[in-house]
Design a protein around this ligand. Structure first.
Ligand code: PLP
Length: 281
C-alpha cells in the first residue's frame, strides 16, 4: 500500500511524520474520511467543506488548494489500484518544538492513507442490526470540529466492544448527543425520524445530511431536536449513520430491545435508498 506524506508517495510501512508534529503531541489537527464508489467520489464537496471548516475553527491553514487535494486523493487511490476506497485525510498544525502556544503560520502536515471500501461491506452486520451501550459524553465542548483528539470516543467504543456491542451511545446533560463514531437517530411510534440538531455538541455527519435527503425523498418526516434515553427505549426503530457503516440498524440499547429487536422496516428502506443514491452517481 502507498500513503501520501507531505508531498511524497511512500510505501505505507515506511510513511513517517516528525516526533514533534503537533498532531502527535497535542492532537492538534483534524481529519476526514471520504468514500469513492466505483471511481466516483461520494459527497466529496461536503467532506472538503467540513475539512475547511474544521481547519478554520482551529486557525490551521488548508495545506493546499481544494483542487490540489482532489488530485492527491486521486493519485493515492490510483497508486493503490482501488476503484472503490475509503480515503483518510489528516491535516495537523505542523512540526514545532513542544509548546502549548503555537507558532502562527506553521506549515501544516498532510497525510493520506487509503483502504478498500465496498458499499455492501456492512450488509451482514446491518442484516442483523447492532447493539449499543450508553456512555457519558465526556468529550470536549467542540465536537463539531473533526479533531484527531478522539481519546474519549475511543474509550467509549472500546467499552462497547468489550461487552460485544457495536457502538457507544453518548449522553450529555440528560440527552443523547451521538455515538463515538456515528450520528444517532430514532424513529418514534408515528414514524417520525429524530436526530440531534447541528450544534457544538455533535459532529455534523455528511451521511446524516444525505440520509436526511433520502428520508425526504421517501416522504418521511425528519425532526432535528435532542432526545432522551427514555425516548430511545420507547422508539419503534433506531439507526446510526456514518460514511463507513452507511445506515446501520440498532436493535438494542444496554439491556433494552428497540422495537421488536430486529432491524426496522423504515431503517431498511432508508439504507437501500442511500446505497442506491451512491450507486447512481
Ligand atoms: N459523529 C462522529 C463522532 C464521527 O466520528 C463520525 C464519523 O466518523 C460521524 C458522526 C459521522 O460522520 P460522517 O457521516 O461524515 O462519516
Amino acid at each position: 500500500r502507498i500513503a501520501y506524506v507531505n508531498g511524497q508517495y511512500v510505501p505505507h510501512a515506511l510513511a513517517q511524520v516528525h516526533i514533534e508534529d503537533r498532531g502527535y503531541q497535542f492532537a492538534d489537527g483534524v481529519y476526514e474520511v471520504c468514500l469513492v464508489v466505483d471511481g466516483k467520489y461520494w459527497d466529496l464537496d461536503g467532506h472538503l467543506a467540513r475539512l475547511k471548516r474544521s481547519l478554520d475553527e482551529l486557525q490551521i491553514a488548508m495545506p493546499m488548494s481544494e483542487n490540489a487535494l482532489r488530485v492527491v486523493m486521486d493519485n493515492v487511490r490510483k497508486r493503490n489500484h482501488l476503484p472503490s476506497a475509503m480515503i483518510y485525510i489528516q491535516v495537523t498544525r505542523g512540526v514545532a518544538p513542544r509548546n502549548h502556544i503555537f507558532p502562527v503560520g506553521l506549515k501544516p502536515s498532510l497525510v493520506m492513507t487509503v483502504k478498500p471500501f465496498d458499499l455492501d461491506q456492512s450488509d451482514a452486520k446491518a442484516a442483523k442490526g447492532i447493539r449499543v451501550i450508553t456512555q457519558p459524553d465526556i468529550r470536549w465542548g467542540r465536537t463539531d470540529i473533526k479533531s484527531t483528539g478522539l481519546l474519549a470516543n475511543a474509550m467509549a467504543k472500546h467499552a462497547a466492544s468489550e461487552v460485544g456491542a457495536g457502538e457507544a451511545l453518548l449522553i450529555r446533560d440528560g440527552h443523547i448527543t451521538e455515538c463515538s463514531s456515528s450520528n444517532a437517530w430514532i424513529i418514534d411510534k408515528d414514524g417520525v425520524l429524530i436526530t440531534h440538531p447541528k450544534s457544538h455538541e455533535i459532529l455534523s455527519g455528511i451521511t446524516r445530511e444525505t440520509a436526511k435527503a433520502c428520508a425526504q425523498e421517501l416522504q418521511l418526516n425528519v425532526v432535528e431536536r435532542p432526545f432522551t434515553l427514555d425516548e430511545v427505549k420507547a422508539a419503534s426503530e433506531m439507526f446510526l449513520t456514518s460514511a463507513s457503516s452507511v445506515v446501520m440498524p440498532v436493535i438494542g440499547v444496554d439491556s433494552f430491545k428497540i422495537g421488536d429487536g430486529t432491524p426496522g422496516p423504515i431503517t431498511k428502506r432508508l439504507r437501500e435508498s442511500y446505497k442506491a443514491r451512491a450507486r447512481a452517481l
